[in-house]
Design a binder for this molecule. Structure first.
Ligand SMILES: [Zn+2]
Length: 248
């Protein structure tokens, strides 16, 4: 028996169909099949990469304080004032920190002005700082003592991260400058007013002639700043180990 057929052109394809199906029905089926094929190809080859985007890498805020300022000059020797050296080193350190892709430096004192200790801590915490580092210069009644030391507030528990930060910065500055290593020590200070890891870096002795000359030299100041940055870098890498790419 001869089955009666008709045909329709869908694009380039001529589709033959039994007479009992309507022309519109056949076109509809062809379109549905075409959409299904395109959807399957999109799912298999995923040309637009429809995947969740990875989280942006974390950024850590570092508060960098220049000790003293304004009416408070800090230590003085041979007409040199501690506050000026502190400000120079803190500025260099802030630039170095900001050059790191995952760090943001917030300089607490940027001018020769007095800022109360409470205000310094408040500015750091308002900025959401992870760490607080205040830059200082030592002094003594005689000219002999020299070298770098880092001070941690004595009320901090021994498992407080301030001790780790202090050791790493002390090691970093001694390594970058070749200065005498006076180690870390504890002393009660305003740094107990914050919970974040906080240290005071005593970058050298203003009362030692050779060290004072170094501390006034921009090249030596840059070495001190680099040493502090090296300590910060090591602390961040220790405290917040990076998730290696691909290990989601
Ligand atoms: Zn000081």
């Amino acid at each position: 028996m001869d089955t009666s057929c008709a045909s329709v052109l869908v694009g380039e394809i001529r589709i033959e169909y039994p007479d009992r199906m309507t022309r519109r029905g056949v076109v509809l089926i062809a379109v549905v099949v075409l959409i299904a094929v395109v959807a399957a190809l999109l799912i298999v080859f995923d040309p637009f990469k429809w995947k969740p985007q990875p989280e942006p890498p974390p950024v850590y805020t570092i508060a960098i304080d220049a000790g003293h300022g304004g009416r408070d000059p800090g230590a003085m020797a041979a007409d040199v004032m501690e506050k000026d050296i502190n400000l120079a080193i803190a500025g260099l350190l802030t630039n170095l920190v900001n050059a790191e892709p995952d760090l943001v430096g917030v300089q607490i004192r940027t001018l020769d002005m007095f800022i109360s200790l409470e205000e310094r801590i408040a500015r750091a915490e308002d900025a959401g700082a992870e760490l607080y580092i205040t830059v200082h210069v030592n002094s003594y009644t005689t000219g002999e003592p020299k070298g770098v030391e880092t001070i941690i507030d004595s009320t901090r528990e021994l498992d407080d991260d301030s001790w780790v930060l202090g050791e790493l910065i002390q090691h970093g500055v001694v390594g970058a400058t070749g200065a005498v290593d006076r180690g870390t020590r504890s002393q009660e200070s305003y740094l107990q007013r914050t919970q974040i890891p906080a240290v005071s870096v005593e970058t050298g002795y203003i009362t030692n002639d050779a060290e004072r000359a170094n501390l006034l030299n921009p090249e030596y100041q840059a070495k001190v700043a680099q040493g502090i940055l090296n300590g910060i870098r090591q602390f961040i890498d220790w405290k917040y180990p990076a998730v290696s790419p691909g290990s989601e």
